[in-house]
Design a protein around this ligand. Structure first.
Ligand SMILES: NC(=O)c1ccc[n+]([C@@H]2O[C@H](COP(=O)([O-])OP(=O)(O)OC[C@H]3O[C@@H](n4cnc5c(N)ncnc54)[C@H](O)[C@@H]3O)[C@@H](O)[C@H]2O)c1
Length: 443
């Protein structure tokens, strides 16, 4: 099939590349000239395991094209996906300007019938707005070209996005007509060869499914973090409690790891957006609001523990920060917990030495630009030199089994604040570390 993807970010680039991998001819369009030029040279603007090889291969095989011209991309196109950002607006609701701009551009350019599929995460009713905007653009051109809209929210996880797209748990397709449903089912059939993963429904339910999925996952995180804080207060160990409850099949082990809160490009904005959607529909979203409130506090927990240990004045203290990205295997720092922690510590006068395997450039050029008292270390061990403590924020694999003797030698004091409960308490105790976890009394 001939496909166009508007927006070449985490979702658009991965989706376009994976569709091309299945033999479709795919045009990826972006307004950022430099991004498109880099992609043509095989330079991938984001870190996503396995993506680079697939992009280069399919570009070389002429299945995958990159352009800034929507006109060029829509020439032979049958299905166009909108995969642009839907950031948090000022009032917390999803900002639809990029989605509606893309819709307007489609209406201004299309020459023949199309299926327009919205892949961005958007409030219920957006597909109909997209339809209206395209119709208005066509009317201005005095044209009557048939098109249909559909919703196909994306569930990939950054850090494992290629795998998730190629082997999805499910594909949600929301349509208003049988023809589009059949075409989209055919497009996705190669991604579910061993069993049918496609779930079809109306457009509104498809749009809502994405928010409900993210809200459920964020709820699990805030739930276990609340349990962790209670554990700490009553002298229980949340790591044991997790094993105890996870063994119940109705609960399961995933997404119940206590930690220093969720971040990222999706959960914070989608939770806020869902809360807005509910309020605008006359529903008081009590659970959704509590999930966000718990998370806001949880993101401060490492700073609180550090201040409890060292006192309010951190001017003569320095800390090694391991991990900046919002989760491992990505360079994405959008809404990362590290930013909250770093700002809290710097405000108290602390000096920080930070290290992340992939997100250092993002930090320097965007998210921590201008933040004082930060040194960027060239390795995890270099970050430790002469620091008062190590603070683990993101659980990258290279932080999982570090050389604790080396850590002890390099730090001024053997103290670790672990925001992801990665290490063996008894071992660190034996080695003479003061070790703080989340949801466990310090030892
Ligand atoms: N990142 C994720 O893990 C993830 C997962 C599932 C769903 N989503 C949703 O998918 C959507 C996209 O997210 P993302 O993380 O890929 O965003 P992103 O910010 O990484 O990428 C968006 C891209 O769209 C481009 N763009 C904006 N307007 C355009 C236009 N008119 N024409 C062409 N290009 C345009 C931007 O330049 C940018 O490159 C969001 O709604 C998000 O909530 C994201």
């Amino acid at each position: 099939m001939n496909i166009t993807i508007i927006g070449t970010g985490y979702v658009g680039l991965v989706s376009g590349t994976c569709f091309s991998e299945m033999g479709n001819k795919v045009y990826c369009v972006d307004t950022q000239e430099s991004k498109i030029q880099d992609l043509k040279l095989g330079k991938i603007p984001i870190y996503e395991p396995g993506l680079e090889d697939l992009v280069v291969k399919n570009y070389d095989h002429r299945n995958l094209f990159f352009t800034t011209s929507l006109q060029e991309a829509l020439k032979d196109c049958e299905i166009v996906f909108i995969a642009v950002g839907t950031p948090m607006g000022e009032d917390g609701s999803a900002d639809l300007q990029y989605v509606l701009d893309a819709a307007r551009e489609i209406g201004e350019i299309m020459q023949k019938p199309l299926i327009v599929v919205n892949k961005s995460t958007v409030p219920v009713g957006t597909a109909h707005k997209v339809k209206r905007v395209i119709q208005e653009s066509l009317q201005k051109r005095d044209l009557n070209i048939s098109f249909s809209v559909a919703s196909n929210p994306e569930f990939l996880k950054e850090g494992d996005a290629v795998n998730d797209f190629l082997k999805p748990d499910r594909v949600i397709i929301g349509t208003e007509d049988k023809t589009s449903e059949e075409v989209l089912k055919e497009l996705y059939a190669p991604f579910g060869r061993n069993y049918d993963k496609i779930i079809t429904m109306d457009i509104q339910s498809a749009e809502m499914t994405k928010y409900a999925a993210n809200a459920m996952l964020a709820t699990k995180i805030s739930f276990i973090n609340e349990i962790a804080n209670i554990c700490e207060a009553v002298g229980a160990n949340v790591n044991d409690v997790r094993r105890g409850i996870g063994s119940d099949k109705r609960i399961g082990y995933s997404f119940i790891y206590a930690g220093c809160g969720y971040g990222g490009s999706c959960f914070p904005k989608d939770i806020r957006a869902l809360s807005k959607i509910a309020l605008q529909s006359g529903i008081n979203p009590r659970i959704i609001n509590a999930v966000e409130e718990v998370n806001k506090e949880q993101r401060k927990i490492l700073a609180k523990k550090i201040i409890q240990h060292f006192g309010e004045d951190l001017r003569d203290k320095s800390f090694a920060i391991w991990g900046l990205s919002f989760k491992p295997e990505t360079d994405d720092m959008r809404e990362a917990t590290s930013i909250v922690l770093i700002n809290e510590l710097v405000t108290k006068g602390a000096r920080l030495k930070v290290y992340d395997p992939k997100a250092m450039e993002e930090a320097k050029t965007n998210y921590l630009k201008g933040v004082p008292n930060i040194t960027y270390a060239s390795s995890k061990y270099e970050a430790l030199k002469n620091c008062n403590a190590l603070v683990l924020v993101t659980e990258w694999k290279e932080f999982r089994s570090p050389d604790f003797d080396e850590i002890k030698t390099l730090l001024k004091e053997p103290i670790i604040f672990d925001g992801r409960n990665q290490y063996n308490i008894k071992r660190l105790q034996r080695m003479g570390f003061m070790y703080y976890q989340i949801g466990v009394k310090e030892c």
